[in-house]
Design a protein around this ligand. Sequence first.
Ligand SMILES: [Ca+2]
Length: 337
Amino acid sequence: MRATVCGSAARRLGNLCLSGIAAAAAVAAQSGLESRLSLPSGRVGIVIDTDAYNEVDDQFAIAYALLAPERLNVEAIYAAPFTNARAETPAAGMEQSYAEIQRVLDVLDLPAGRFDRKQAYRGAKTYLPNRGLPRSNPATADIVRRGLADRDEHLIVVALGAPTNVAAAILLEPKLIDRLTVVWLGTQPYSSPQAGDFNTGQDVRASQLMFDSGVALINISGFNVSEHLRTSIPELERHVKGRSPIGDYLFKNVYEYYLQRRKHPDYPWSKVIWDIAAIALFIDEDWIPSRRTHSPILTDELTWRRDASRHPVRVATDVIRDPVFDDLFRRLAASGD
Ligand SMILES: [Ca+2]
């Protein structure tokens, strides 16, 4: 499948280019697109789409979001598919993610009314098909329902893995294009010779739809951007371990990961907690500097092509690491008080 561009508007839904009428409406909606690239002030409703068990960082991001109730109303959490050494198939990855979301919720043991486990949903069991429409699943149904509902502010989807669920929801209900903001953690910086990272490569078609559908996209690259969010075992021992039940759980996860990967006990080791960047963005936008640019074209070969006539996206350019961890560590510790 080649990365084709549909006319000057450069908007594409899977293999279907938007019709002329739809494209004109899409252009008219572009002023709304500009506003959706800005985060609302006050308390905002978000849904989180997470490949929670793919390694050890999504769990931090889930806890971070749920421990920031003054800023974030987490309306739902969706399990995203993944495949790696922990899951042989996308379906297994999604199920493992669903189970991990439940474990994090159990350990957090939030006050009644903050977040109920029934607000966690299973997602796609497969990546997007190469052609045609994907199957609906509990996550896509919930995104469609919330996205089309009358709301004070548009729905914000925070996608922390392959964006299969949100892309599938858009394909099943294209009205979502003008209703959502997607904060997606994935790709490499647009100046890089390569565009792919783990999240991008898991579901290339879904990733392409983030850039081609015209949905409002705030993109936080992995390499060289959220990659700044490195921590270490000594730092986690100092600030996280022993401070709260969720702190102990998160530390245990990272420590087991470390034991599997360290070269020897005296070797320096650090771990990127990638996904917390997408939550920190809401706490203080100055911590995640960003700029607006034309949506790049993600090719099938996972490289970038640029076209200045394309619609705008917002892309993070840096992460100020220390205040993010300071805020996260304080919230984790306070949850144990
Ligand atoms: Ca993730």
